[in-house]
Ligand binder design. Structure first.
Ligand code: DAH
Length: 348
């Protein structure tokens, strides 16, 4: 008996312990055989042997349980010791990506407009002809519909890759009740390619629909936005009369620039460059969305996100934005923890 218990107590592993258990208590184990032999004994012998054999089985069973617990505990201790991670050490290799300037600028714009009470709206990049053109009062013969600008989707005839974010105005007016204050950043597509044009680029649209909205609200909003975006108080805007089918009146917005240490920077009014298209939403567009233009008015604006990024962060070739060159991304990219906030400055 003690032989079994001694062996069990010395079992070096769970596997060895299991082998011992099978040898002693398994179907054809030694103790099992002894138990089976009880039936063939005469009564006197059995009276002596039965308690002995049962006691042995008890002793072996509890020795196995105790050894098992001890081995399992030792195994856990060892695992905990080998799997320990010292978090105070720097990771040996930690590749870090960066936030693309377009994503960064979109976050900056969202932060600025959220503070002014604007929500973010979205629409599909594959758009139908009605939302992209017709509802925006762009008639059939308008040059913006010409083949060289628009990517048409083959097949059903009426789908295009959206050429601007303005169709999100339509979708928002159709799906929400005024008052409406939204911005819609996103990808747009035009068949065009040179240093300042790529077939895919990014725009942001703004739309306000409410009662008693005027050009004054438009100008204040744009001025407030551009001052916050460029982080300068000396931003000067110039609204030039212009034409867009979906606004009446329409204005193109120029921002003043000046020269600092031989470099042209935004701010002041030495010269002008165009940054935005805008205007009062055309009554026909409001009516196309099922709203009464006598009751509701509003303004809209649209601009290129990539262009805003170039102006603020000094890139000069738009094509590089979409090359995926790691050196460029490293140079112009942003750290992912540099989340733009108004309090901390939207420019990372
Ligand atoms: N959708 C115009 C474009 O792509 C930009 C634009 C101009 C948007 C005037 C507007 C607006 O909302 O009012 O060139």
């Amino acid at each position: 008996m003690s032989n079994w218990v001694e062996q069990i107590e010395a079992a070096p592993s769970l596997a060895a312990l299991e082998e011992l258990r099978v040898a002693a208590l398994g179907k054809s184990g030694a103790i099992t055989a002894k138990l089976k032999s009880l039936g063939a004994m005469d009564a006197d012998t059995r009276t002596v042997e039965a308690p002995r054999i049962h006691a042995e089985r008890e002793a072996v069973t509890s020795a196995i349980a105790a050894r098992k617990e001890a081995l399992e505990f030792a195994e856990l201790e060892e695992r905990l010791a080998t799997e320990r991670l010292d978090l105070s050490l720097p990771a040996p290799f930690a590749p870090t990506g960066s936030i693309h300037p377009v994503a960064q600028v979109m976050d900056e714009l969202t932060e600025i407009f959220a503070d002014l009470g604007f929500a973010v709206a979205e629409g599909p990049e594959i758009e139908d002809d009605w939302h992209n053109f017709t509802a925006l009062n762009i008639p059939e013969a308008h040059p913006a519909r010409a083949m060289q600008d628009t990517f048409y989707i083959e097949g059903d005839g009426h789908r295009v890759l959206r050429t601007h974010t303005s169709p999100v105005q339509i979708r928002t007016m159709q799906s929400q009740k005024p008052p409406i204050r939204i911005i819609a950043p996103g990808r747009v597509y035009r068949s065009d390619s040179d240093a300042t044009h790529t077939p895919m680029f990014h725009q942001i649209e703004g739309l306000v629909i409410d009662k008693g909205i005027t050009m004054g609200h438009l100008k204040w909003t744009l001025e407030t936005f551009l001052k916050a975006f460029f982080e300068r108080d000396d931003i000067v805007l110039r609204l030039r009369p212009s034409y867009f089918p979906f606004t009446e009146p329409s204005a193109e917005v120029d921002i003043g620039w000046s020269t600092e240490k031989g470099r042209r920077v935004v701010g002041g009014s030495e010269g002008w460059m165009e940054v935005l298209g805008s205007g009062m939403v055309h009554p026909k567009v409001i009516a196309n969305c099922g709203l009464d233009p006598d009751e509701w008015q509003g303004f809209a604006f649209g601009t290129g996100v990539d262009r805003l990024a170039m102006l603020k962060y000094g890139m000069d070739d738009l094509r590089a934005f979409f090359d995926g060159d790691l050196r460029w991304l490293k140079h112009y990219g942003f750290k992912f923890l540099d989340v733009p906030t108004l309090s901390g400055g939207v420019g990372a």
